[in-house]
Design a binder for this molecule. Structure first.
Ligand SMILES: N[C@@H](CCC[C@H](N)C(=O)O)C(=O)O
Length: 270
């Protein structure tokens, strides 16, 4: 059975998109998602994105990391799917309902309301999430934010000086985070600008992370370090994040379709 896909990216964070609304899809197991995402033996991507019907929104969107684990949110993929849709959309995700709409600067996504309670992150036990009394080597006193998926954010003088490939997986798998965690290292460069690198849970270092940009911006705003609208510069490019007085986060940035193709399902079933 052949299955069609669209290869897309948001600032270099890349996706394989399968559309279950236009063709029957198999059950997306951890093994199948990881096999499709494999850059050596599969199509290759940071996240597999699966679309299907919804009773409460225009359609439903699911996200699977490169290791096959499922996430409740993916900011860059939401813009990519918003681009694919071509007009405003309400989309059901595990992390809540999102809305996307084309804008002059690409695609804008209403990412919803962030959560800060320790058990909503979630953490393994109760603690302050604004300045957590924990640290890993030089990275200390992070803040934690859930934007449909869990993030911990470290503000450092120089994000490029952090050996994220080494420390990222250690923090991701720390028992403090029962659902693992996305690890953000950020440098504040002005009241309206942040530089950011992200170790993504289940995918490792990516060129950009939309939810990481949202969580970092909101974390910096809660700490009083930046204003309510910031430009977040990631290795792959810039996202604009605004935290409205209604509590909702809006993310705006580009999305790109790279190519389309198809694969033979039996090649990916063990
Ligand atoms: N690339 C993403 C986030 C993808 C999910 C994340 N790795 C998780 O497991 O929560 C983005 O653009 O937000």
């Amino acid at each position: 059975m052949r299955i069609g896909f669209v290869k897309m990216h948001g600032l270099g964070n890349d996706f394989v998109v399968l559309d279950g609304r236009s063709e029957a899809l198999p059950e997306i197991t951890t093994t199948l998602a990881a096999a499709l995402a494999n850059r050596h033996t599969g199509i290759g991507c940071d996240q597999l994105v699966v679309l299907d019907g919804s009773d409460v929104a225009d359609f439903r969107m699911r996200f699977f990391n490169a290791d096959g684990s499922e996430s409740g949110a993916c900011g860059n993929a939401s813009r990519a799917v918003g681009l694919l849709h071509g007009r405003p959309a309400r989309i059901e995700t595990l992390g809540g309902i999102l809305t996307t709409e084309p804008s002059e600067a690409g695609i804008s996504v209403d990412m919803g309301v962030p959560r800060f309670d320790w058990d909503a992150i979630p953490l393994g036990f109760a603690m302050d999430t604004l300045t957590m009394p924990v640290g890993w080597e030089d990275l200390v006193g992070p803040t934690a934010v859930n934007v449909g998926n869990p993030h911990v954010i470290f503000f450092t003088p120089d994000t490029d000086a952090v050996d994220l490939a080494r420390i990222g997986p250690i923090i991701e798998h720390d028992p403090l985070f029962p659902q693992r965690i996305n690890v953000n290292v950020a440098t504040i460069t002005s009241r309206s600008a942040i530089r950011l690198r992200v170790w993504e849970r289940g995918s490792g270092i990516t060129l950009a992370c939309g939810t990481g940009a949202c969580a970092t911006a909101v974390g910096a705003m809660r700490r009083g370090l930046v204003d309510r609208r910031v430009e977040v510069t990631l290795p792959g490019g810039v996202l604009v994040i605004e935290w409205g007085t209604d509590g909702r986060i809006t993310m705006t940035g580009p999305a790109t379709e790279a190519f389309r193709g198809s694969f033979e399902l039996s090649d990916y079933l063990a």
